[in-house]
Ligand binder design. Structure first.
Ligand SMILES: [Ca+2]
Ligand SMILES: [Ca+2]
Ligand SMILES: [Ca+2]
Length: 735
């Protein structure tokens, strides 16, 4: 089950505040010795390492305990020494290393293994890979994220070296540093590294000139790199260093204090998930390999057991853009992959899930580029349509816009641009920037918004191979962000979108003087719906319950119901709170929303999966800022009882109890006539399971029910007294 992935509460990251200790509370790192990732090092890890050294199992970075970049008998020997207690720690257990020599020795091994120094500097396709990127990528790899900065931002993933590494800014240059001594305020206790050449620069060298010397924490923070200065020195003209004591960050730890020991969190990051359902259900997503490459890659996981899965592509870094199901065990995949000449190319392929092999792969484009979002539409096994965005359009790639091609199962037609856009900030377009759907009459409808928040539509006639002109769908008053198309049981097309409130999210003016409403990531807004009668779109209707939502996703069930899932965002005090909820449309009305998860972690990209043949699940990503980890979560999205009970239970409010929310995770229960006799209070979750039940023979005062131990999301409180039943729906949010 995915439940193992849900718990990331124990993970932490220092965000650079502790230069002494490992930044991630995990044993998923290079040289940890925990080869099977169960959180401890024992004989089963030794047996696996032996199998890897003997060539009968794929090598894993966790087994390379001597840090030479391969798993061999030498690693088996070191592990055996540890297990027989002739050494008391492994060389890669940074928190257990006791001397400067031990730390320097392991750090040098990590630097030698990490290949960032071998990347090309300042060539056309990677024009921006200059000193700053060498230093940032080295810091990320040494700490805990294996991703490459060459052609994508950081989305998830772990399995670096778990060494507390920093970036160092000097005049017009960036290098790295790791504390190997005991005093971070003494420059001599830092190991200073030039990441382009793996050497140690000498003060006064070109890469360590007199001037500022600032030690910066680098953290993979969602799709961005967050960094902040921890402490600064100055390299004087006489090549001595002076500490700027006013620069020490308030939380920067300057003495070695052992951190609290917590059980390690070894949940794997998974992101860009898609569900493929059929005879068996699969989760196709991005994930980090545990092999010696450590690459981000496409992963096909068993839907019910994420641990059971495999990487279908070869070991070059690949980014999944979309998947769709074909006939039988065939699926089609659209992805971006680094070619052997280090350029990101775009591929489409026919993959057989039962044979576990590609039947066919075609290169759509081998131009470099920043293709970040994609969509596949399946008509039949000889007509698969692919759409993708090109975000930057510079240095040899195609110009920015949305592109299209048709794939016949083995080859593609030449691709065409179908929507143009300007992306002057060269940032990533989000998943809901555009959508496409097939109509029953053999047309494709493509919708996309632009940076002014206007929705455009173009139709494509498959038989005539003809694109219509684009037409405007939205009203001038609307400022649209995320779009989603869905075809209902009768073939009618619905467009869902978020419409932002200009008074809350004001426009800004771009360099051409145009008003922009979030050109890239999208903003929250009211969720609206329009329907298409074959000629024109209806006027918009709002979906109740979604006032500040994003990322609408809709699925139509065979009984004619439509299910909508969204992310809601709130501000609670000084932080954001997110929830994932769904509602159902049937016979002209929407149910109330049902919340499946409410969290301070960023919840994003809800999607649906009809699993096990008929059960509808909602899936979403949860981004845990503290450990930079993205997990895929899910819940059963429909049981009729859920939607019915949301409605019905609410009407039974004429019962003599007052229920009040006291704090997150705590509610009070006050009977209006006292004492109340034989009162039973119970808490029921969405599946009808009773989480809590307590009977009060005589209730004389206000009673409190502690909900913090229960899962977050929609819960029901039922209070029975005699024949009267009080029910109260609430959204739990605690932990
Ligand atoms: Ca183990
Ligand atoms: Ca080794
Ligand atoms: Ca290196």
């Amino acid at each position: 089950m995915l439940s193992a992935l849900l718990n990331s509460a124990n993970a932490y990251v220092s965000h650079g505040s502790d230069p002494f200790h490992q930044p991630y509370n995990t044993t998923l790192y290079h040289g940890s010795g925990d080869v099977n990732s169960d959180g401890k090092v024992d004989n089963s890890d030794l047996a696996l390492a032996q199998a890897m050294a003997g060539g009968s199992a794929e090598q894993s970075v966790m087994a390379d305990v001597n840090g030479d970049g391969k798993v061999s008998d030498a690693d088996v020997s070191v592990l055996s020494q540890y297990l027989s207690k002739s050494i008391d720690h492994l060389p890669g257990w940074w928190n257990s290393l006791t001397t400067r020599e031990e730390r320097t020795d392991w750090l040098k091994k990590a630097i030698a293994c990490d290949g960032t120094d071998s990347l090309p500097y300042d060539i056309a396709d990677t024009f921006w890979f200059v000193c700053k990127q060498f230093a940032v990528q080295t810091a990320l790899h040494l700490t805990g994220n294996p991703g490459t900065l060459e052609d994508n931002l950081i989305e998830g993933g772990q399995i670096g070296w778990n060494i507390p590494a920093y970036e160092i800014y000097v005049t017009n240059h960036a290098i790295n540093g790791v504390l190997v001594g005991d005093n971070p305020l003494d420059i001599n206790d830092w190991y200073v590294l030039e990441p382009q050449f793996d050497n140690q620069p000498i003060p006064g060298d070109w890469d360590l000139p007199p001037g500022p010397f600032c030690i910066i924490a680098v953290v993979a923070d969602n799709k961005r790199i967050a960094n902040s200065n921890c402490v600064s020195f100055k390299l004087n003209d006489d090549l001595t260093f002076t500490l700027d004591s006013s620069s020490i960050r308030y939380d920067f730890v300057t003495t070695r204090i052992k951190p609290d020991s917590l059980p390690p969190d070894n949940s794997m990051s998974q992101w860009r998930n898609r569900c493929v359902s059929g005879v068996n259900d699969f989760l196709v997503c991005n994930r980090t390999r545990t092999d010696m490459s450590g690459n981000y890659d496409i992963y096909i996981g068993d839907y019910d057991s994420a641990a059971k899965g495999y990487f279908p592509t070869d070991s070059r870094s690949s980014i999944l853009l979309d998947v769709c199901k074909g006939s039988g065990s065939i699926i089609y995949m659209l992805w971006r992959e680094k070619t052997i000449i280090n350029k990101p190319a775009l591929f489409i392929g026919t993959y057989d899930l039962s044979a576990r092999m590609f039947r066919s792969v075609d290169t759509i484009s081998d131009l470099g580029g920043y293709r970040y979002e994609g969509k596949l539409l399946y008509m039949d096994d000889s007509r698969i349509f692919a759409f993708w965005t090109e975000n930057c359009g510079s240095f040899g790639s195609d110009p920015t816009g949305i592109y299209f091609t048709e794939y016949n199962g083995s080859t593609c037609r030449p691709y065409r641009k179908v929507i143009d856009f300007v992306n002057e900030y060269e940032l990533q377009i989000n998943k809901c920037y555009f959508d496409a759907a097939l109509t029953d009459s053999g047309k494709i409808i493509l919708v996309s918004r632009n940076k002014a928040g206007v929705v455009y539509e173009r139709d494509y006639s498959v038989t005539e191979d003809l694109w219509s002109d684009s037409s405007v769908v939205s009203d001038t008053a609307e400022k649209v962000q995320d779009v989603c198309l869905a075809k209902d049981k009768d073939g009618k097309m619905h467009l869902f979108y978020s419409d932002i409130d200009e008074s809350v999210i004001p426009a800004y003016v771009d360099s051409s003087g145009n008003k922009q409403y979030s050109c890239i990531f999208g903003q929250n807004g009211k969720i609206m719906r329009r329907t298409f009668d074959g000629n024109r779109w209806s006027v918009p209707q709002s979906v109740p319950g979604y006032e500040n939502a994003s990322a609408p996703e809709v699925i139509c069930a065979s009984d004619g119901s439509m299910y909508l899932a969204c992310v809601n965002t709130y501000v609670d005090g000084n932080h954001y709170v997110y929830d994932i909820s769904t509602c159902r449309y049937r016979n002209g009305t929407w149910t109330e929303t049902v919340v499946f998860k409410k969290s301070e972690n960023e919840l994003r990209w809800p999607s649906f999966c009809i699993s096990g043949g008929n059960r509808l699940d909602v899936l979403w990503e949860s981004y845990d800022r503290d450990c930079g980890r993205v997990t895929v979560n899910r819940a059963i999205a429909t049981q009729d009882s859920v939607y019915e009970s949301v409605k019905e239970r609410r009407t039974q409010s004429s019962v003599p109890f007052a229920v009040q929310r006291i704090s997150a995770g705590r509610i009070s229960l006050t009977p209006s006539g006292m004492p109340a006799k034989n009162v039973t209070a119970s808490v029921v979750d969405l599946s009808g399971r009773t989480l809590f039940r307590k009977t009060y023979t005589e209730m004389r005062k206000t009673e409190y029910v502690d909900l913090s131990r229960y899962s977050s999301g929609t819960l029901f409180l039922l209070v029975k007294s005699g024949s009267s039943i009080f029910t109260y729906k609430f959204v739990n949010y605690g932990m």
